[in-house]
Write a protein that binds this ligand. Structure first.
Ligand code: NAP
Length: 317
């Protein structure tokens, strides 16, 4: 495949950026990959592993001459990065990002970009609970969705080119409006993460009462909550602070449903519980039919010889 971009600059070198670097290399999508990260430690790892063709000390250096710049830092850090790179962007370059929230990122980044660049925000719905430059792998985006959220007035050619890059990395691409994106993700990712964090917090409080039995006898339901609740604290803090309205809206609805189920349990309304669980079971089936998860028992975990479990590739955000 011929490169989609001559020079791609990755700002931030964590799970998503390192997966992009592996994928772009594997499928020959970028002529040159330049990367940078905030800490000397991450930059040193990237150099040692040969993650990029070049690793620069600063974001300003990394973006020089790049025809695609991708911001791969936590959502709350995007505005400051945009302010730093703005004066150094090449005319005609595309600036994109992979942030899990779109409206707040657009509002924070757009004012810092010069008129001579194209801003095309995006969000790959793929991730694991691992982070950092060594967490990435080339197949992360395979058969996962990447939502492109063109900012107002985004250039059609620039959007089409970015779409080719994501499709080249194996993703299915759709376009979506920023506010709608934030509401959909509040339902499918952000609120479920908050619930997982809460459940694991409750279990942690209880652990003191049960002498660690919560950990020892941890069953599938709780184990899956802990996997989600092990996700990067900075990333998720920023997601909630930057998708406040949609998350609060969904949490409100969640609380109402929870109270309804709580009352059904108290009043012994088995019919209500059965009907509810039948409806939710059908949703699981439709996710499997859509190819977004497997029907393998134990949530598709593959046991390794050491008895460990592989990180599960999940549609995340
Ligand atoms: P990650 O593995 O934790 O890596 C984050 C990177 O950002 C690191 O290179 C880090 O640099 C840098 N960084 C952190 N704070 C910074 C700051 N204040 N200023 C400048 N750089 C900073 O994160 P990730 O999972 O790749 O997530 C990156 C972006 O992708 C986030 O916006 C997230 O919302 C989005 N996303 C994540 C997932 C997921 O499941 N993980 C899925 C889709 C989209 P150092 O290593 O030097 O500290």
């Amino acid at each position: 495949m011929s490169p989609v971009y001559d020079r791609v600059a990755l700002i931030g070198l964590g799970l998503i950026a390192s997966s992009m670097a592996h994928a772009m290399r594997r499928w020959g999508l970028a002529g040159e990959i330049v990367g940078t990260a905030r800490t000397a430690e991450t930059r040193a790892i990237a150099r040692e592993d040969g993650l990029c063709d070049r690793v620069t000390e600063t974001a300003a250096e990394a973006v020089q001459g790049a025809d695609l710049v991708v911001l791969c830092v936590p959502v709350g850090a995007m505005g400051a990065i945009a302010a730093e790179i703005g004066p150094h962007l090449a005319p005609g370059a595309t600036v994109s990002d992979v942030g899990s929230v779109k409206r707040a990122v657009i509002d924070a980044v757009a004012p810092h970009l010069p008129d001579h660049v194209h801003f095309v925000p995006a969000h790959p719905l793929a991730g694991t609970e691992h982070s950092g430059p060594r967490a990435g792998f080339a197949e992360l985006f395979k058969n996962r969705w990447c939502l492109i959220v063109p900012a107002e007035g985004s250039d059609i050619q620039a959007v089409a080119r970015l779409r080719r890059l994501w499709e080249g990395m194996g993703a299915n691409v759709d376009e979506m409006d920023a506010d709608h994106h934030d509401l959909v993700l509040a339902v499918t990712s952000h609120t479920p993460h908050l619930i997982a964090y809460t459940m694991v917090g409750v279990a942690d409080d209880l652990r003191r009462v049960t002498n660690s039995e919560v950990i020892k006898y941890s069953a599938a339901g709780f184990r899956d909550f802990t996997r989600i609740a092990a996700s990067d604290p900075t990333m998720w803090r920023d997601v909630f602070l930057n998708n406040k309205d949609a998350t609060l809206e969904i949490l409100g609805r969640f609380t109402e449903e929870l109270f309804a189920l709580q009352r059904a349990i108290r009043t012994g309304d088995g019919d209500l519980l059965h009907a509810y669980f039948t409806r939710t079971r059908a949703i699981r089936r439709s996710i499997i039919e859509a190819g977004q998860d497997t029907s393998a028992p134990d949530f598709g975990r593959a046991a390794t010889p050491a008895g460990e479990t592989q990180p599960k590739q999940a549609a995340r955000s």
